[in-house]
Unconditional design. Structure first.
Length: 423
């Protein structure tokens, strides 16, 4: 996929050399944003392999150390709800630049943390930055690409999600085992500085070349309190309106499908097949690689054949595949089933992100995606708890049917959403 695709509101209206300059600037910023998103996702993925080391270093239990995940998720959700609508008003790049810098500071605090409460504070700050990054990167890239080409751009975003899982778990385990868990945050600090510099350096030229991305117009009677009041009403409105409600239900179904499977797959592989940690890591690696490759191509296919259509098809395939996962008996069947599940999950990620960004006007995109993120985070927490109960009392097979049920919900909800390209 080429990242130089232009939207009608940006480079296509600029003459000759100016259009070329704007196109190069847009490509550079898009790559920087993808890199920033990858870092934010990587920061989340590395917690799993370093959790035992954190508990040992801070003299606490694994369960207590796991609070770091809860604190991060709560901060990310709350911050996204606040910054999402502000990004619609002031422009997204402003918040993304400072989120990159704040992310680096949070990683630095985790690196130097002398005690567990200080580490938790670092995770709170990282969550705040991560919430901004997650909501605003997707909204900003949606602003850059017209809907007919947005599936390919969102395919790159989907690939970042899966690539972070592929890289994060094995890399985190390796670095923590070789140099200690703190070394991971040294790397994150360095990478955050690089991406922050890339975004800050393009401040003047990028907004000049692409006026559509400059600061959003402000009304004379604007105030922060007024904006918060309006946005609270807007969030309720999104749940009342059928079109936006279906988008939120689709996000809920997507989150519920994946969270339980990914949380308890490793435990099941160990219990059912006697796999060691490296062997489980290999299953995740193969599945993640297949998912990452599919996410790249899935966005392109969605632009060609329809985003809603691809979501419906891939969700239907998941309904067919997931119940059989718990019934595999050989290693070949296991790898094929996991790879197939990963491929179908990845196939719908790009079209899903692209479709949701078009359900509201661009001026509301940040707020709507913030509410989508909040909904997804709550669903992940709830479904992980529900699947814990299912796994303990009914086994991994129940989780597979749980995930298949929500894939079926995603298929029906997506079928009722009107794709703007098909209208």
């Amino acid at each position: 996929m080429s990242l130089t695709t232009t939207s009608q509101s940006s480079t296509s209206t600029l003459p000759g050399p100016d259009a070329a300059i704007a196109s190069r600037e847009k490509t550079a910023v898009t790559l920087a944003l993808l890199f920033l998103l990858f870092l934010g996702l990587l920061d989340v993925q590395i917690i799993s392999p370093i959790l035992p080391a954190l508990a040992a270093d801070f003299h606490t239990s694994i369960a207590a150390a796991g609070v770091a995940v809860t604190i991060y998720a709560a901060a990310a959700s709350a911050c996204a709800l606040v910054i999402g609508p502000l990004s619609d008003h002031f422009g997204r790049l402003l918040f993304l630049r400072w989120a990159a810098a704040f992310f680096g500071l949070a990683a630095g605090l985790a690196w130097f943390a002398p005690s567990f409460p200080v580490y938790l504070a670092a995770r709170l700050f990282a969550g705040a930055a991560g919430g901004v990054i997650s909501a605003c990167v997707i909204a900003q890239i949606a602003d850059l690409f017209p809907y007919e080409a947005r599936g390919r751009a969102m395919g790159w975003i989907g690939a970042m999600y899966f690539a972070a899982a592929v890289v994060g778990v094995p890399a985190g385990a390796w670095m923590a085992g070789s140099w200690g868990w703190r070394f991971i945050y040294v790397i994150l600090v360095a990478l955050a500085i690089i991406v922050a510099v890339l975004l800050f350096r393009r401040r003047a030229s990028f907004t000049h070349a692409l006026p559509a991305l400059a600061q959003a117009p402000q009304t004379e009677d604007w105030s922060f309190a007024r904006l918060i009041t309006q946005q609270t009403k807007a969030y309720a409105h999104y749940w009342r309106m059928p079109v936006t409600r279906r988008g939120l239900l689709l996000a809920l179904a997507f989150a519920a499908t994946a969270s339980g499977l990914l949380t308890y797959l490793g435990a099941w592989l160990n219990a059912a097949f006697g796999m060691t940690a490296p062997q489980i890591g290999l299953v995740f690696l193969v599945t993640g690689l297949a998912s990452t490759i599919t996410a790249f191509s899935g966005g392109w296919w969605s632009d060609r054949f329809g985003k809603r259509r691809l979501i419906v098809i891939s969700s239907g395939l998941l309904v067919a595949v997931l119940p059989g996962l718990a019934h595999v008996t050989t290693m070949v069947q296991l790898y094929l089933a996991c790879a197939a599940g990963g491929v179908f999950l990845a196939l719908r990620e790009g079209p899903f992100q692209a479709l949701l960004t078009e359900l509201v006007p661009a001026q509301q995109r940040g707020a709507y995606l913030a509410l989508r993120n909040f909904t997804s985070q709550l669903t992940i927490a709830a479904s992980a708890a529900a699947c814990g109960f299912l796994y303990e009392h009914f086994g991994f097979r129940a989780i597979c049917y749980f995930a298949a049920g929500f894939s079926l919900l995603a298929m029906f909800v997506a079928a009722r959403i009107t794709d703007p390209a098909e209208a």
